[in-house]
Write a protein that binds this ligand. Structure first.
Ligand code: NAD
Length: 382
């Protein structure tokens, strides 16, 4: 099959805009994908950010006003990676223009913004919209997900899904937009990292019906752009304890999103344990998947055992990479795009797909209920 050419544009040429642009250049490593994306345009309000894209020859259009991309009939799909306070207006305009949208998380700065984006999606079914969340495309994450789906857990006892880094350990690190509520959103680190912790639980149908939040603001002040001290008002670390259900049985589901988790660098963790089995995966050791079983150990009898499996390189879409080779962050971005563009063509089949608009909206409902749980707890102690 000759792949269909899809022209892609990027709005926001910062950290993630460059990451996605680079990942798309590795498209030939995917085997028999129905689509061939071409990055043809980029927009950033900061002209200096556009210069980086000169090295990608297919990028013919560089603009500082994204509306010029919306008016360009040659553009099929837009990836938007900008500040959270800009999500609602830009996403709604991209959707109304009929372009496909792969939108960065948190899919709006709060629940009201997410609802308004979902309303636009429903008004414009011609625009295929998904939200970014790449970590579940690690092969070990896929193995863990498939393990749970297989029923091997039996009655589930508990599950944990975490995203941990420690970019903010140094209190002298200058404040940026991600550390201010007006740009990041009042959910703080949940807006930054929460999608990473909820994509897999929600896909497993683990929609919590009760949420209790533990919120920490550890560094309340940071140096501003001119060196003077300014308020750093976002939540840094949040643990959510919730009740979810698996096959009709309620179990405790814990998610952790932390910007100050000393020693961690972008660690995505998923673990689930049941009466019959268990599974654990962490990107800290990205090859390793652990599965639990009770087995006959020669000379020892029946023992409870955590067994180790090397997960290799293959994820949702097959690649030319040797199956025993390693997988990394940029591979997960490529796999997420493979899933997005295949699903947009109606050709993803039963493979794992990107976060849907309704799943993204659900995360905002969870964050709000978590914040309400804190308010009611504080109220009760008055
Ligand atoms: N999926 C992930 O793993 C991941 C990782 C980091 C950030 N993110 C998300 O990506 C988004 C962007 O984060 P980032 O780290 O790339 O931010 P960034 O600050 O590095 O880049 C944002 C870029 O947007 C540009 N910009 C601002 N307003 C604009 C406008 N109106 N039109 C065009 N460009 C504009 C800025 O000049 C900047 O270059 C956020 O939603 C963030 O939560 C996702």
């Amino acid at each position: 099959m000759t792949p269909r050419i899809v022209n892609v544009a990027i709005i926001g040429g910062g950290l993630m805009g460059r990451e996605v642009a680079a990942a798309l250049q590795r498209w030939p490593s995917l085997i028999d994908h129905p689509v061939r994306p071409q990055l043809t345009a980029v927009c950033d309000i900061n002209e200096a950010a556009l210069g980086w894209f000169d090295q990608i020859v297919s990028v013919a259009t560089k603009v500082t006003d994204y509306r010029q991309l919306l008016d360009d009939p040659s553009i099929d799909v837009i990836y938007v990676a900008v500040r959270h306070d800009l999500h609602e207006s830009i996403y709604r305009e991209v959707i109304a223009a009929g372009k496909g949208l792969l939108a960065e998380k948190p899919f709006g700065i709060d629940e009201a913004a997410a609802k308004s984006i979902v309303a636009a999606v429903e008004e414009h079914p011609e625009s295929f919209v998904r939200c970014s969340s790449e970590m579940p495309f690690f092969p070990g994450a896929q193995m863990a997900l498939n393990y749970v789906r297989s029923g091997a857990l039996g009655t589930i006892i508990e599950a944990r899904s975490s995203f941990l880094h420690s970019s903010d350990l140094d209190p002298a690190k200058p404040i940026g937009w991600k550390r201010q509520n007006k740009y990041c959103g009042e959910a703080g680190v949940l807006n930054d990292l929460g999608m990473h912790t909820w994509h897999v639980p929600l896909r497993l149908g683990w929609v919590p019906d009760q949420v209790f939040g533990v919120f920490q603001n550890i560094v309340p002040e940071r140096p501003g752009p001119d060196g003077s001290v300014v308020e750093c008002d976002t939540w840094e670390n949040v643990v959510l304890h919730s009740w979810a259900s698996h096959e009709g049985v309620a179990f405790p589901l814990t998610t952790e999103t932390k910007r100050i988790a000393p020693g961690e660098k972008n660690t995505w963790v998923f673990e689930a344990i049941g009466m019959n089995g268990g599974v654990r995966f962490s990107t800290k050791n990205p090859k390793l998947v652990e599965v639990f079983d009770v087995v006959d150990v020669p000379g020892q009898g029946r023992e409870q055992v955590w067994q180790h499996i090397d997960s290799g390189s293959q994820s949702v879409w097959p690649t030319v990479t040797g199956p025993i080779f390693e997988f990394g962050f940029s591979d997960s971005i490529l796999q997420m795009w493979a899933a997005y563009l295949a699903e947009r063509e109606g050709l993803l089949g039963d493979r794992f797909g990107c976060v849907t608009p309704h799943e993204a909206l659900e995360t905002h409902r969870i964050y709000r209920e978590a914040r309400d749980s804190v308010a009611s707890r504080l109220g009760a102690t008055d």
